[in-house]
Ligand binder design. Structure first.
Ligand code: G
Ligand code: G
Ligand code: MN
Ligand code: NA
Length: 253
């Protein structure tokens, strides 16, 4: 109960901060976008990771206002970078609850209009598990987002049970291959085959692929060989503060 009421206060006072983890284009070595990851500036105890409070927010109905704060912060940051001549697509994680928030699209439209942001710079990540929970609702929302020019990525791909043919029937832009596959890939030839086949199929369907949780050079080489387009992980950078991200990106452009 305490954490719930503290989370409520945190939303009223906006005690959240976004960190940004870059995605790197394997071919060019350049940063192609960032993923926004929320942290709670927990009073007097430093930053609390999302794993410790997102689930609570989802269970208590606090996720809608929290998602709105995250989207607002991401759009504002993207605008600020854009004003500095730094056009950086920002991806925001969206929980399944948002698909039932009747104000979700209106809020996004208002944010984009208020900050005069090119919709193509806002990307949304939804997990594969979400995708399978409500196929009809999800399909409709992805279509509405696509009409606006907002890119949708499927996160944690491989952890759910959706088929590539179902995914291919949705107008999605990117598949993010879950970190668990990237970890196992080097030791397990079977996992390597699954990853290679996923990348191959995604590409023949015109869908980009991002490998998540890449932390060693051997993984980069293997993924490059398989034709993976982008990579995200500690090998390049941990999630960092906005200013640090900008400095980091300048050295890689
Ligand atoms: O930053 P970290 O690696 O601890 O993130 C852990 C998980 O929390 C990730 O899977 C990510 O998808 C999720 N997450 C991070 N920020 C957000 C957010 O703003 N909203 C939602 N719904 N999930 C988030
Ligand atoms: O949304 P998603 O679940 O994909 O969030 C990514 C999570 O994985 C974040 O919590 C991020 O800090 C973490 N992460 C990103 N890259 C790496 C990596 O290379 N190694 C490890 N161990 N974790 C990573
Ligand atoms: Mn994600
Ligand atoms: Na993920």
């Amino acid at each position: 109960l305490t954490l719930i009421s503290e989370l409520h206060t945190a939303i009223v006072e906006n005690q959240f901060v976004l960190h940004y983890q870059p995605r790197v284009d394997i071919g060019t070595g350049r940063i192609s976008g960032v993923e926004a990851l929320v942290r709670w500036r927990y009073p007097e105890q430093g930053l609390m990771p999302p794993a410790e409070f997102i689930a609570i927010a989802e269970q208590t109905g606090l996720i809608d206002p929290l998602t709105h704060l995250v989207l607002e912060a991401a759009v504002q940051q993207c605008r600020a970078w854009s004003d500095q001549g730094f056009d950086m697509p920002v991806a925001v994680n969206i929980s399944v609850n948002s698909f039932h928030d009747p104000d979700f699209l209106t809020r996004i439209d208002t944010l984009l209009a208020t900050w005069k942001l090119n919709p193509a710079l806002l990307q949304l990540e939804i997990t594969e598990t979400t995708l399978m929970k409500e196929p009809a609702v999800v399909r409709n929302l992805i279509n509405r987002l696509k009409e606006r020019g907002i890119v949708v990525a499927i996160d944690d791909f491989g952890t759910g049970y959706s088929s590539l043919s179902y995914v291919a029937s949705l107008p999605i832009h990117t598949l993010k291959i879950d970190r668990s596959f990237v970890i196992r890939m080097l030791e397990s030839p079977r996992t390597r085959s699954v990853v290679a086949a996923t990348i191959f199929l995604a590409h023949s369907l015109g869908i980009k692929t991002v490998a998540e949780g890449v932390d060693v050079g051997e993984q980069v080489e293997a993924l490059h060989e398989m034709g993976c387009t982008e990579i995200q992980g500690y090998y390049f950078s941990r999630p960092v503060e906005a200013e640090q991200l900008r400095r980091w990106a300048e050295t890689f452009s």
